[in-house]
Ligand binder design. Structure first.
Ligand code: ZN
Length: 120
């Protein structure tokens, strides 16, 4: 389980904050991690609907003061066929989590009926 936390980078956390800040109606952030180290993020509403645009967070090392690096694999294929882990990021600490039923309902709306929680 522990290695999964390594997927989360500062860029990932920042992108989550940006999405939640830009769309106050979003209750969480759906994410897909790709095998190149990039991730795709999108806000989700309490009804499980996507909010805003899909955000691509590059997993390439970032250089200070430069624009986010481009991932050429994602540029070529968009990454949708290379998803290695997906789930929903819930902001706040554990006491602020929505009920498990609601979380699963939202998850299956976003990812389909096979959705399971992987981080508990
Ligand atoms: Zn990529």
């Amino acid at each position: 389980m522990e290695e999964k936390t390594n997927f989360r980078s500062t860029a990932f956390d920042q992108a989550c904050q940006t999405i939640l800040g830009s769309f106050p109606e979003s209750i969480g952030v759906a994410f897909k991690f790709l095998d190149c180290g990039c991730s795709l993020l999108c806000g989700v509403s309490a009804q499980g609907d996507p909010i805003g645009e899909l955000v691509h967070v590059s997993g390439q090392p970032q250089k200070k003061g430069k624009k986010p690096p481009i991932c050429f694999r994602c540029k070529r294929d968009g990454g949708f066929n290379r998803v290695i882990w997906q789930g929903i990021h819930w902001p706040g600490d554990e006491s602020e989590l929505p009920d498990k039923e609601l979380r699963l309902m939202i998850g299956s709306n976003v990812f389909g009926p096979d959705y399971i929680e992987t981080n508990t």
